[in-house]
Ligand binder design. Structure first.
Ligand code: RIB
Ligand code: CA
Length: 307
């Protein structure tokens, strides 16, 4: 049976492809898309989520607007990476056909979570932290949270912090400490999901208008990753978390203790993963450590081809 899934995201180029994977892969059944401020303002992320679903022709998945800022810190957007729209590259005119839900994200999450579902989060964990605090009975129906965020190594927005952790470390801390089964797919693994020329060739061979738009998104994403980070090819972070739910064999994990730094003067948002058992603290999370790159791209490109 397909795993019921909620995708909480901040589209974002890699979030956009995570949505397509969640929409089209038969191993999961996407019940809702909720948005959070991160890569761009929540207004723009919500518009982009609606745009992606409209391009995929999906009208049955509600899109609800979530938090417009982190729990306690000011919002830091990533327009340097994702552009002024949050999804720069191809130009769109007019409104997407998929509407925004009348329910705010918190209400839609509580509604969908009247029955159990897995949550994939590909942005800051603000919405999920608020759900745990404000609707504990709904949060109790979260089977697992699979998060693209953090790193076992270094960061990408601060020396020791990955962007989704850095934007709202207090939320990440609350979620990790909630006791809900938690899987972290960090940069140490997502930096292996590189959009290499062979991937772009396979996208071109799909030949649909949507595949062409994905290629334009990837071309923009590649340009910012080269300019800002010196990457030859851009890493497609967010679909890795969806792929972990679709087939756990694609993203190998180990159990380890994870804590989120919130108080560090220079290290807020650091994801402190005790892979070596130094601390004596019990494992409280699954930590992604390896990616089956071939299986990942097969799954994602197949999803795009059937959208
Ligand atoms: O650090 C990578 C993450 O930050 C991805 O989720 C990307 O979309 C941005 O939100
Ligand atoms: Ca994201």
């Amino acid at each position: 049976m397909a795993t019921p899934l909620i995708l909480d995201c901040d589209p974002g180029h890699d979030d956009a492809l995570a949505i397509l994977l969640a929409v089209a892969d038969p191993a999961v059944s996407l019940r809702a898309v909720t948005t959070v401020a991160g890569n761009q303002t929540v207004d723009k992320c919500t518009l982009n989520a609606r745009r992606v679903l409209s391009l995929a022709g999906v009208t049955s998945v509600p899109v609800a607007r979530g938090a417009d800022r982190p729990l306690v810190r000011p919002l830091r957007i990533a327009d340097d990476v994702h552009g002024g729209t949050g999804l720069d590259g191809p130009t769109f005119t007019g409104s997407p056909s998929v509407p925004e839900s009348e329910l705010p994200a918190q209400e839609l999450l509580a509604d969908v979570l009247r029955t159990p579902a897995t949550v994939v989060a590909t942005g800051a964990l603000t919405n999920i932290a608020r759900l745990i605090t404000e609707s504990p009975e709904a949060a109790a129906n979260i089977t697992e949270i699979v998060w693209m965020g953090g790193s076992t190594d270094r960061g990408n927005i601060a020396p020791l912090a990955e962007a989704n952790a850095y934007v709202d470390p207090e939320a990440a801390d609350l979620v990790v400490r909630s006791g809900i089964p938690f899987t972290m797919c960090g940069l140490n693994v997502t930096h292996r999901a590189l959009v290499t020329p062979d991937v772009l060739e396979r996208l071109a061979r799909i030949g649909t208008p949507l595949a062409g738009i994905c290629a334009e998104w990837m071309t923009f994403f590649a340009s910012t990753y080269t300019r800002l980070f010196g990457f030859e090819f851009p890493p497609l972070h967010d679909p890795v978390a969806v792929a972990r739910v679709i087939d756990p064999a694609i993203v190998a994990c180990v159990d380890a203790n994870l804590v989120i730094e919130t108080a560090g003067q220079w290290t807020a948002g650091a994801t402190v993963v005790d892979l070596d058992g130094y601390t004596g603290r019990s494992p409280n999370a699954r930590i992604a450590v390896a990616l089956d790159r071939e299986a990942f791209w097969n799954r994602l490109l197949t999803a795009i081809s059937v959208c």
